[in-house]
Ligand binder design. Structure first.
Ligand code: NAD
Ligand code: WQD
Length: 352
């Protein structure tokens, strides 16, 4: 059994990825500060594992801590050696992800996302652990690109959050080309992950101001918010509303397992950047209508001005994910809406 460090593993994408990894031959050290998640995720994971297979329950350990605390990360690697299961790879989710917040607090985003990654890398080097899957984002692509976006589309982030992601990719590239190179790196560039695990036991729990469409839509459907404001109906798209590449969180979690397995098997130095999206664009109105139809509910909405920083269309070319990782999305928009709504109904106040 191989040990993996999952930073930010209590978060939306991390928690769903941990669940999938725990069903494979991995032991997980899961580090999180809980700045944007709940410690309750541990008991939800345990409950799910009980339902799947009791034996899986003792394959993970949560550690509360900040990715910027080098001595704490060092302690996790030391502990893994003392427990005779040295960490052999890292999936690095820990970070801040609000575009709007990154504009108002750029130094915080550079400190956590870039500074935190540097701390992590320094410790990985110390313990000769040079295998990492990194949570990158489609936000690094230039707004002048036309979709479908491929991995060699122009990279030109247009907000501090995207800047931090692009700079971390540059750091990982420098490690790969460094002379002691035996770094094995995959940057997964996610588009718009939504939905929840079909059990409804784990899902997305946005803290503070809700910025993203899907969680906002769930709040309107549950009556907590009066109506959805649609940012612009004059975009050059099929119905005038913004088009994005929504991907089921479980498909994204599966992509991480395939990426990690690829690197663990790979012996030579590796640097890959791979888009993870469905390859299909969906408009705000199309998502809203699908949600209403499959969940038999009504979503009041009105059109308002465009949101600063938005672009009309963004969706992925996922050919590389298919050819290199043999990954294809298995769930559709209806699954995303049904699973997301089930999570919302069963957990109206999140993990509490
Ligand atoms: P999330 O906020 O749910 O998860 C991130 C986790 O990292 C949280 O549990 C949070 O508590 C933890 N964290 C934040 N700062 C930390 C710190 N200083 N030390 C330790 N833990 C810390 O977000 P998510 O949607 O699961 O995203 C995970 C990663 O994927 C992030 O890096 C994000 O930038 C990236 N990403 C997300 C999306 C998306 O739409 N959700 C898209 C592209 C990329
Ligand atoms: C989707 C569409 C909005 C809210 C963001 C980050 C990106 C990544 C994914 C981290 C757009 C419209 C939204 C609302 C609306 N996160 N919308 N009313 O902007 O594509 O990407 O999340 O990496 O970095 O930028 O996602 O969900 O905010 O917006 O009309 O209340 O929904 O205009 O067309 P986005 P989103």
């Amino acid at each position: 059994m191989k040990s993996i460090l999952i930073t930010g593993g209590a978060g939306f994408i991390g928690s769903h990825t941990c669940l999938q990894l725990l069903q494979q031959d991995y032991f997980l050290y899961i580090l999180d500060s809980y700045v944007n998640s709940s410690p309750k995720i541990a008991e939800r994971l345990d409950k799910l594992l009980c339902q799947i297979n009791q034996k899986l329950r003792d394959k993970f350990k949560f550690i509360e801590g900040d990715i910027r605390d080098e001595s704490m990360i060092d302690g996790i690697f030391k502990c893994s050696i003392n427990e005779n299961r040295p960490i052999e790879g890292v999936i690095h989710f820990a970070g801040l992800k609000s575009v709007a917040e990154s504009v108002s607090s750029p130094s915080l985003y550079w400190d956590v996302n870039v500074g935190g990654t540097i701390k992590l890398i320094r410790i990985m080097e110390k313990y000769s652990c040079r295998t990492i899957v990194f949570s990158s984002s489609a936000t690094i692509y230039s707004e002048n690109n036309r979709s479908p976006l491929s991995e060699d589309s122009e990279i030109k982030p247009y907000n501090p959050y995207g800047q931090t992601k692009a700079n971390i990719e540059n750091l990982l590239k420098d490690l790969y080309t460094s002379n002691d190179s035996c770094w094995r790196v995959i940057n997964l560039r996610y588009f718009n992950p939504i939905g929840a695990h079909p059990s409804g036991l784990i899902g997305e729990e946005p803290r503070g101001k809700i910025n993203n469409l899907f969680p906002y839509l769930n709040q309107v459907a549950s009556g907590n918010i009066k109506e959805l404001k649609i940012y612009g109906n004059d975009w050059p798209t099929i119905d005038g509303t913004g088009v994005r590449d929504y991907i089921h969180i479980m498909d994204l979690a599966d992509a991480h397992c395939l990426a990690l397995n690829y690197l663990i098997k790979e012996k030579k130095a590796t640097l890959l950047s791979i888009n993870i999206g469905t390859g299909r664009g969906t408009s705000v109105l199309q998502l809203l209508k699908t949600f209403e139809s499959v969940n038999s509910c009504k979503i009041p909405f009105r059109f308002v001005d465009r949101r600063l920083g938005d672009i009309a269309i963004s969706y992925a070319s996922n050919d590389l994910a298919s050819s290199i990782l043999s990954w294809r999305p298995k769930r559709n928009l209806s699954n995303m809406c049904i699973d997301g709504w089930r999570w919302q109904k069963l957990n109206p106040y999140g993990y509490e």
